[in-house]
Ligand binder design. Structure first.
Ligand code: PMP
Length: 362
């Protein structure tokens, strides 16, 4: 029996993608071995690798100005790799601060240049309940890039309109909302996302970057950290995480089969409407701290009247087969992660549980 999985990442994967992996596990396409036992230089694996790139390209409608890369080290490595490639001592980049992950990204940039905080919505209690407005940005037109975190997994905030940063390259950590809908990735110089939320298992990091931006990266850093080396080698410079990329292929194929990103978006909006609708209706019991315009469609955060009730909510939900609801330790409360693989039905079950919990324990 599979549980209803609201984990923040690694998170639940679409069942058809897992079933396909199970069917092919011991004997991948009559080759007598699993995909992870194939050489990454062989045609059998390469077909999977290229199919994953091509599915992603088709799903988002990515123009030829941009390239898809499969890297490792998670989004955390990207926190370092971006400044390593684009900053030098004395040069600056602008960071828009919206949570713990942007703070970590900023800290890594300090090893390579002089990053600036161009906006922050941090509150005196160190928490964040919204993303900055355009008129709050204090941008430097000479910055090497502007870095944003499109969805803040811990605080449950999300940029619904991306900031206008003029001609400065825009770099985005999209770890927790990559492909939640069809988005114009070509307006970003570089986007990155660990796969383990909307895309697949942990172990592979997706990077989508403009070819001219890739070409501008520093050449005096080790090859393994240069985007240009990975781009020139179609992400086969060294052994890539073949099994993780295979699973990403299965998840992308599932997205295409169900009707593409328009369908995925429709489901995600329905899920968010159901949850925020319940929170608004019962706001005397369930307190949602995030300002309305910044509410995330991927991570819905709320608090019950006491920490004891938060804990009881998590425990009772588990009894009902729903897991992954405990808020991040820095934010507390409850966090419902409704990534692409979570169904509308799963969220309906949770909302029914929320109403029942309120009546019996409230
Ligand atoms: N950025 C965001 C927005 C995240 O949610 C996470 C992980 N939860 C990270 C970065 C760090 O990712 P990783 O563990 O893949 O390094």
């Amino acid at each position: 029996m599979r549980v209803i999985n609201f984990n923040p990442g690694p998170a639940g994967l679409p069942l058809p993608a897992l079933e396909r992996a199970r069917e092919e596990l011991l004997d991948f396409q009559a080759t007598g071995m699993s995909v992870m036992e194939h050489s990454h230089r062989g045609k059998d694996y390469e077909a999977v690798h290229d199919e994953a790139i091509s599915l992603l390209t088709q799903l988002v409608g990515l123009p030829s100005s941009h390239q898809v890369l499969f890297l490792t080290g998670g989004a955390s490595q990207q926190f370092a790799q971006v400044p390593m490639n684009y900053l030098t001592p004395g040069t600056s980049a602008d960071y828009l601060m919206t949570g713990v992950w942007s703070e970590k990204a900023l800290d890594e940039a300090k090893y390579y240049g002089t990053p600036r905080v161009a906006a922050t919505t941090v509150q005196p209690d160190k928490h964040y309940t919204r993303v900055p407005r355009q008129d709050e940005l204090n941008l430097d037109p000479k910055a090497a890039y502007v870095h944003i975190t499109t969805n803040n997994t811990i605080y449950g905030t999300q940029w619904h309109t991306f900031p206008d940063v003029g001609g400065v390259p825009l770099v985005a950590d999209m770890s927790s909302d990559f492909l939640w809908k069809k988005m114009d990735l070509s307006r970003f110089a570089l986007t990155y996302a660990g796969a383990q939320k909307n895309l697949g298992p942990s172990g592979v990091t997706l990077v989508v970057a403009a070819k001219d931006f890739i070409a501008r990266g520093r050449k005096d850093i080790p090859k393994i950290f240069r985007y240009s080396i990975h781009a020139e080698n179609n992400s086969l410079y060294n052994t890539p995480p073949t099994l993780a990329i295979y699973l990403v292929r299965n998840v992308l194929a599932w997205m295409k089969d169900v009707g593409g990103l328009a369908q995925v978006e429709a489901w995600n909006r329905q899920k968010a409407d159901l949850l925020y609708g319940a929170l608004d209706k019962h706001s005397g019991f369930y307190r949602a701290p995030v300002e309305r315009e910044s509410r995330s469609v991927m991570n819905v955060v709320f608090h019950l009247p006491t920490p004891e009730l938060d804990a009881a909510f998590v425990a009772d939900a588990k009894q009902q087969g729903m897991v992954g609801l405990k808020g991040h330790r820095t934010a507390g409360g409850i966090r419902v992660s409704t990534y692409n693989a979570v169904t509308v039905e799963n969220v309906r079950t949770l909302v029914t549980f929320m109403e029942h919990f309120m009546k019996t324990r409230g």
